[in-house]
Design a protein around this ligand. Structure first.
Ligand code: SF4
Length: 473
């Protein structure tokens, strides 16, 4: 009988994509995903080091598994990802029953390490400081049959003072454009119609081989791939955002009219102490040029509230910038101290009460802006790509869910013959801060819908009761 596995994921899209690779490698090594509700023989935690509660969650889950593992000595636990990279020894000290600790550059070794830990009956640690093989060459068990992530780079050359990524994922390593496009073409041949190009700072892509125009060119090259309907990317950095990227976005029909560009703060002095090397006028200038080139584009952002030294006036500058920028959505985070980052050692930390209070104020303010931006869509028709996971969750409410071209979440009644991966034209009739509601019209069956249906049929045949590994964000 084949041994089963489950993968628990914390953190960002990078980790979600790495978890797809972990699952793909375990599949290839002969393991199978555990059925829902059952205890897996191998539990892999793919961790995050960005937020404080990520450690708590991991150690909570490990203690929960301790007695289960004691009762079943054949069970194995592996911990990977950013926290493993940072806290390698600490993990084994706190949870000596963990079998494998593997770093962000060691995903490919996981099956070997599990095997070695089993034979040698000893915990294995493998943490590389630098990248050996570009991780996308590893097999992946993709979450979606029609939408996929493609890594263009790993690591980051910036030194934002709140961020642990440069320490944990190393300096930026760009992937060869030929390899990226080869992977995209292969995915498209398998039925993928939407890709998201992924990197810590995607538009710095090319810095590794001295070509500042490489990211714009990559977008244009993706535009040439027949059958690829939607191209997205995340996340760009305002410092490296050049006009040729705006031009490429506007001129390449399958590059979607959506820009997610982290702002982090609307105060120049806070941007400076965050070591974010742009100022608000540059940020707003990019938004103006994007909107000039693509009036229908939506813009979303990330903001950190309560960075050390943030005064009420700094915070107000962030509120004002949100008013001016009219973001369709802003993902707001309360600053949390990460040991090992320069910001954690800054003397003027903001008290938790003040951070919480500002966070609520900004959240409420942005809700109002998002609602008014979304209300502008009422009466318009959106092409909505039906989601798989999003769609499934809404079954109880008899509605389907998908994403518009500009990345708005759209709900509509499920009385149409559309499959996840198909495109539905939806007439928008209602708006809230987080989503739009509309009436479905024409359905366009896509190759993505075919791929989703084929994969479901195949899964039913081969796995009967076995589901996907669990991915928790
Ligand atoms: S750009 Fe800044 S926040 Fe983003 S990964 Fe690099 S150092 Fe971290």
């Amino acid at each position: 009988m084949k041994r089963t596995y489950a993968v628990e994921t914390y953190g960002c899209q990078m980790n979600v994509h790495d978890s797809e690779r972990i699952a793909g490698l375990l599949d290839e090594a002969g393991y199978v995903p555990v059925a829902e509700g059952l205890q897996a023989d191998i539990v892999v935690f793919n961790t995050c080091a960005v937020r404080e509660n990520a450690d708590n969650k991991l150690y909570g889950n490990l203690s929960f598994l301790a007695p289960i593992k004691k009762a079943n000595p054949l069970m194995q636990i592996a911990v990977g990802g950013c926290l493993a990279q940072k806290d390698q020894e600490i993990i084994l000290k706190k949870a000596p029953y963990v079998d494998v600790v593997f770093g962000t550059h060691n995903v490919g070794s996981l099956p070997v390490l599990l095997e070695r830990a089993r034979i040698e009956e000893e915990s294995q640690i493998e943490i590389l400081e630098a990248l050996e093989h570009f991780p996308s060459t590893l097999p992946a068990r993709r979450l979606s049959a029609f939408s996929s992530w493609v890594s263009v780079s790993v690591g980051c050359n910036n030194t934002c003072t709140f961020c642990i990524v440069p320490t944990l994922r190393g300096i930026e390593k760009d992937r060869d454009a030929k390899d990226i496009l080869k992977e995209v073409r292969a995915l498209v041949n398998q039925g993928v119609i939407e890709i998201t190009l992924l990197g810590q700072n995607v538009n710095a892509y090319g810095v590794d081989f001295g070509d500042r125009t490489a990211f714009a060119q990559l977008l244009r090259d993706c535009g040439e791939i027949e059958g690829l309907e939607r191209v997205r990317f995340m996340s760009p950095h305002p410092r490296d955002f050049t006009d040729d990227v705006i031009e490429a976005m506007a001129q390449t029909p399958n590059v979607m009219p959506h820009l997610h560009m982290p702002l982090q703060s609307g105060s120049n002095s806070i941007l400076q102490s965050m070591r974010r090397s742009y100022r608000t006028d540059r940020y707003l200038g990019i938004l103006d040029r994007v909107r000039q080139a693509m009036p229908h584009a939506s813009i979303t952002t990330d903001i950190i509230v309560g960075f050390p030294g943030e005064t009420e006036a700094d915070f107000q500058a962030t509120m004002d910038l949100c008013t001016q920028a009219r973001f369709a959505a802003a993902y707001t985070y309360q600053y949390s101290k990460r040991p090992g980052t320069p910001a954690a050692a800054m003397p003027n930390q903001v008290s938790a009460e003040v951070v919480g209070e500002r966070y609520t104020r900004l959240h409420n303010h942005q809700q109002g802006i998002s609602l008014s931006v979304n209300e502008e869509s009422i009466g318009k028709n959106f092409k909505v790509l039906v989601g798989d996971y999003e769609g499934r969750r809404d079954e109880a409410q008899e509605r389907m869910t998908g994403r518009s071209e500009d990345f708005r979440l759209v709900h509509f009644s499920n009385n149409v013959a559309a499959r996840p991966g198909d495109e539905v034209e939806v007439a928008i009739s209602q708006a809230s801060a987080h989503y739009l509601i509309g009436t479905p019209g024409n359905v366009r069956a896509t190759r993505g819908g075919d791929a989703h249906a084929a994969r479901n049929a195949e899964r039913k045949k081969t796995e009967t009761s076995l589901g996907m590994p669990t991915f928790k964000l």
